[in-house]
Write a protein that binds this ligand. Structure first.
Ligand code: KG4
Ligand code: ZN
Length: 339
C-alpha cells in the first residue's frame, strides 16, 4: 500500500496506561494487528508497581510497535496518524506511550490523536461485524473503573453512574489476594468459580444511589468470613475455595446487572453493551446475554481479546476521532484520572 496513491486512512495506536504495552495498526477502521505484551513481572509483588510498569513499557514499546507494523505488513511511512492513550492510568506508564507517540508523529510529520482509555473500552464493541446502535448503554468494568455509560455517538458519552469506592475488577483482585491466588485475580476467581456453588455463601448487596456502585463492603465481608471461619477451622479456605469464589463472583455479577438493567429501563435503550477487563468474566458474559434475551434487548460483548487492555480499542477510537478531525498537538499531556 502506498500512501501517495491510497485514500485509505491508516493509523498506529499505542496503549500503555497500566501493565500492558500494546500497539495496533488499523486501516479504515479495520484492525490489521494488535500486539500485546503483558508485564507478568508484577505477579511476584501481588499487584502493579507503577515505577516498574514505566520501565517495562520503555523496554518493550519499540519492539511491540515494530511487531504491530510487521504483522500489518505496513511501513511506518504509510501511516496517516498516531493515536495513543492519554489517560486515565498510571502517570509514568502514560508518559512513556505519550512521548513515544509524539516523537513518532513528529518524525513522520503526521498528526497525533489522544484517546481516553475508558471511551476506548466502550468502543471495543465496534470491533465486531454487528456493533451496537445508538443510543446504547454500556457497563464498563475494569481494574480501576466501574461505570454505566450512555453512549450517544462514537464520540459522545455520558457517565450516568459509577463506583463510589473500589472498582469491580479491584473487588475481584482483592478477593483473590485474600484467598492467596496470584495477580491479576479476576481470571483466577473466574476459573475457580466454575466448579463452585454460587449459593454456598452470601455477601451483602450495597444499598446506595440509583446508578452508583460500591464494592468495598463485599471485600470486607469476605475478609471477616475468612477470619471467623479460619479461627474455627484452619483448613476452611482450602476446603471451600471454589464455593467462596463462585458465591463472591455471583454477588458481583448480580450487583452489576441489577444496576445495568435499571439504567436500560430508565433510558429506554434497546441495545446494551459490556466492556473492560471484567467483561472477560465468563459468568458476567453469560448472565448479561441471558438478561438481554429475557428483556428483549440486543446484547453486545466485545471479542474476548478486546476486553482487557489492548491497542486495537485505542485504534478504533482514534479512527473515529480522525474522521471527526479531532487531533491533538505536541503540547498534549497525559491525565491520570477520568475527565
Ligand atoms: O480493562 P483492564 O484490562 O485494565 C484496566 O483498565 O484496569 O481490566 C483489568 C481488570 C483486573 O482487575 C482483572 O482482574 C479483571 O479486569 N479481569 C477479570 C477477568 N479478566 C480480567 N475479572 C473477572 N473475571 C475475568 N475473567
Ligand atoms: Zn482498561
Amino acid at each position: 500500500m502506498s500512501k501517495a496513491n491510497s485514500p485509505l486512512k491508516a493509523l498506529l495506536a499505542i496503549e500503555s496506561s497500566c501493565d500492558e504495552t500494546s500497539a495496533s495498526v488499523c486501516v479504515e477502521g479495520k484492525i490489521l494487528s494488535n500486539v500485546i505484551s503483558s508485564q507478568l513481572e508484577h505477579g511476584e509483588y501481588g499487584g502493579v508497581i507503577p515505577e516498574l510498569a514505566s520501565r517495562l513499557h520503555q523496554q518493550q514499546i519499540v519492539r511491540v510497535v515494530q511487531k504491530a507494523l510487521q504483522e500489518a505488513k505496513m511501513d511506518a511511512h504509510q501511516l496517516d496518524a498516531i493515536a495513543f492513550t492519554r489517560g486515565p492510568g498510571l502517570l509514568g506508564a502514560l508518559i512513556v506511550g505519550t512521548c513515544f507517540a509524539k516523537a513518532y508523529a513528529l518524525g513522520l510529520d503526521i498528526p497525533l490523536i489522544d484517546v481516553n482509555h475508558m471511551h476506548a473500552h466502550v468502543l471495543a464493541n465496534f470491533l465486531t461485524d454487528s456493533p451496537p446502535e445508538f443510543p446504547f448503554i454500556c457497563l464498563t468494568v475494569s481494574g480501576g473503573h466501574t461505570q454505566i455509560v450512555l453512549v450517544k455517538s462514537h464520540l459522545e458519552m455520558e457517565i450516568i453512574g459509577q463506583t463510589i469506592d473500589d472498582a469491580a475488577g479491584e473487588a475481584f483482585d482483592k478477593a483473590a489476594k485474600l484467598m492467596g491466588l496470584p495477580y491479576p485475580g479476576g481470571p483466577e476467581v473466574d476459573k475457580l468459580a466454575k466448579t463452585g456453588n454460587p449459593e454456598a455463601f452470601s455477601f451483602p448487596i450495597p444499598q446506595i444511589g440509583t446508578f452508583e456502585f460500591s464494592f468495598s463492603g463485599i471485600k470486607t465481608s469476605l475478609l471477616y468470613l475468612l477470619q471467623k471461619e479460619i479461627k474455627k477451622d484452619p483448613t476452611f479456605l482450602q476446603h471451600n475455595m471454589a464455593d467462596i469464589a463462585a458465591s463472591y463472583q455471583h454477588t458481583i455479577v448480580d450487583i452489576l446487572l441489577q444496576k445495568l438493567s435499571l439504567a436500560a429501563k430508565t433510558f429506554q435503550v434497546k441495545h446494551l453493551a459490556i466492556a473492560g477487563g471484567v467483561s472477560a468474566n465468563s459468568e458476567l458474559r453469560k448472565a448479561f446475554q441471558e438478561l438481554c434475551t429475557q428483556e428483549g434487548w440486543q446484547a453486545h460483548i466485545p471479542p474476548f481479546e478486546y476486553c482487557t487492555d489492548n491497542a486495537a480499542m485505542i485504534a478504533i477510537t482514534g479512527y473515529y476521532k480522525m474522521l471527526a478531525g479531532d487531533f491533538a498537538d505536541q503540547q498534549v499531556a497525559p491525565f491520570t484520572r477520568m475527565k
